[in-house]
Write a protein that binds this ligand. Structure first.
Ligand code: GDP
Ligand code: IMO
Ligand code: MG
Length: 448
């Protein structure tokens, strides 16, 4: 029963959508297990670009089961808009299933997210303002409203009243806002409920059935390890756990159902929003990488901060996720750099050397990245389709990463398109061995 988790190994936007779509082609089901419409997952295929926020990145392959798990916080407006858009573009969305236990983003969550950021002023986190933090807070406070509540007007209304009660003070400035009118809100959400009804299911059981049948199930993470609320750069994090362990909780399966964990990393680093970023670059090099990599947020359009590859952070992500393979995306963006820097340790304010990601916020905020320099390459990589077609310097760069992290590289991304990728020899070795019952993965590695 092969279960593969795909997680972000940096600060998000690593290319999880593309990798999930590629695995989904060979798999049977894709499950989103945390986060919400703060995610923006891009897939480029058949000359078209798709930007998905809530829809699992398997939806473009007809007939796949696409699950929004209980761990997701779901904005029904975003979901129904996304459904409309996909249908308009001719995508079959009948494979979608939504957990009845997933929590709903309510209009007051959006307002509170926005107001909270304004109040923080210069200290703001730079959230996507999609209501994620306030929704997870209500879930923990047991004031959340779940997908199943949309199917009963009386229950829905009662729960909205209970959720609004303790927020009266913080919502005072929105007292006249139509979006907070009890009846209007109830009616709006009942309408969403009617639209979503056909997709609502006991998704934990559906996923388990697929795993028991030996199907390949891909658990699609959102955000990334360094944005994890427990293990990331708190408080500059999201409000869920994007690490692999959360796949079990957010999908309703057990730890033994997970066979493989793929960490997605760019060949460099980006971050959107505030918070420490030891390898951050500025000036013309940052601008160049940002332009070449199209580093502008999928959700908010903000410029992404860019920096060199941080192997201290990546090794940390490998540890807390038990990564079994790496997918290194956007290697093509590094073409034309005479030299490349990779961060191998940090230097603390008092001169101490840190080989491991510091757990202390103050240490991390003052950490300075120290680098190993490597020769770059001038060639475009976009047309390479096997490892030996890559320039030697690119191969050395990848080898350095794999050796440092001690995790094999299964996939190399050389462009946004589905075919702009190399399935490595390591992936053939891993999946060709039969150790994981996913022989389809190794059937056609284009390195042969
Ligand atoms: P996600 O949130 O992890 O799914 O990543 P995003 O979709 O937010 O951002 C990744 C961006 O990089 C998207 O625009 C992708 O189309 C693009 N992308 C993915 N892989 C590659 C790659 O190997 N090379 C290039 N140049 N672009 C890529
Ligand atoms: P994908 O799935 C990159 C960041 C926000 C902010 C912090 C908290 O596309 O990789 P939130 O709205 O979650 O409360 O914001 O987390 N963030 C992301 N950054 N990619 C994402 O998702 C992100 N989702 C949230 O920019 O710094
Ligand atoms: Mg993204």
């Amino acid at each position: 029963m092969p279960g593969i988790v795909v997680v972000g190994a940096q600060w998000g936007d690593e290319g999880k959508g593309k990798i999930t779509d590629l695995l989904a082609e060979r798999g049977d089901a894709v499950v989103r297990f945390q986060g919400g419409s703060n995610a923006g997952h891009t897939i480029v295929g058949n000359g078209e670009t798709w930007k998905l926020h809530l829809m699992p990145s398997g939806i473009l392959h007809p007939g796949k089961l696409c699950v929004i798990g209980n761990g997701v916080v779901l904005d029904p407006k975003v979901l129904t808009d996304e459904l409309d858009e996909l249908r308009r573009r001719g995508v079959d969305t009948s494979g979608l299933r939504i957990s009845a236990n997933a929590h709903l983003i309510m209009p007051y969550h959006l307002l509170l997210d926005h107001a909270g950021e304004i109040k923080l002023g210069r200290l703001q986190i730079g959230t996507t303002r999609r209501g994620i933090g306030p929704c997870y807070a209500d879930k923990a406070a047991r004031l959340g409203i779940r997908v199943q509540d949309l199917l009963d007007e009386k229950i829905l209304k009662k729960k909205i009243v209970a959720a609004l009660e303790p927020k009266r003070l913080s919502l005072r400035e929105f007292a006249k806002d139509q979006r907070l009118d009890l009846q209007a809100m109830t009616d709006e959400y009942l309408t969403y409920g009617r639209r979503m009804q056909m997709y609502i299911a006991d998704t934990s059981r559906l996923v388990q059935e697929r795993l028991d049948a030996g199907d390949l199930v891909v658990f699609e993470g959102a955000q990334g390890a360094l944005l994890d609320i427990d293990h990331g750069t708190y408080p500059f994090v999201t409000s869920s756990n994007p690490v692999a362990g959360a796949a079990c909780i957010g999908a309703g399966v057990g730890p033994k159902d997970i066979d493989e964990v793929w960490g997605v990393t760019k060949g460099y680093t980006t971050r959107v929003g505030a918070g420490p970023f030891p390898t951050e670059l500025d000036g013309s090099l940052a601008d160049e990488l940002r332009q070449r990599g199209g580093e502008f947020g999928t959700v908010t359009g903000r410029s992404r901060r860019v920096g060199w590859l941080d192997l201290v952070a990546l090794r940390y992500a490998a540890r807390i996720n038990s990564l079994t393979a790496l997918a290194v995306t956007k290697l093509d963006v590094l073409s034309g750099q005479e030299k490349l820097c990779v961060c191998t340790h940090y230097r603390g304010a008092e001169g101490a050397e840190f080989d491991h990601f510091p757990y202390h916020q103050t240490v991390l905020h003052h950490a300075v990245a120290e680098y190993e320099e490597m020769p770059g390459w001038s060639e475009s990589l976009r047309d390479c389709r096997s490892e030996h077609e890559l320039p030697e310097a690119a191969r050395n760069y990848l080898q350095f990463i794999a050796d440092f992290i001690k995790v094999p590289i299964a996939l190399i991304g050389l462009g946004p398109g589905r075919d702009e990728v190399i399935w490595t020899k390591a992936s053939a070795d891993m999946y060709g061995s039969g150790a994981v019952a996913a022989p389809a993965l190794a059937a056609e590695p284009n390195d042969r």
